[in-house]
Design a protein around this ligand. Sequence first.
Ligand SMILES: [Cu+2]
Length: 135
Amino acid sequence: MTGIMRGMLVVAMVGAGLAVASAAQEPGRIDVTIRNFTFEFQGATIKPNQPAVITLKNLDKVTHGFMSPLLGEQEVEIEAKGATTYGRGMRGLHLNPGETATIRFMPMKPGRYKFECDIHPNMKGEILSLSIGEV
Ligand SMILES: [Cu+2]
């Protein structure tokens, strides 16, 4: 009887292990909506060495910028208006009214990545890249 119980426990644990492994493949997603000269966030945490996707949307009637040291440090891919820009050493991007952009990159190390709108310096935000277990 105990033998059967133990067998069931092992199966359950293997199942849980697979679920964790497949979750690690999923990119970390952050949605940033620019509204009323403010960066609004959803899911503002990403993990080091896990692909990250930031989706930017400008709902204001003026052009806003998204500028961060994060973009200058590593390979980044930015998709906007049907064109994709990629490479290293980007300073940021400008987003026209109503436009969206998608930024893909691999956060290499844990840390706080500040970003701001270079057109309106009072607009600021921060993306956190945290290791599992960090707070
Ligand atoms: Cu702005």
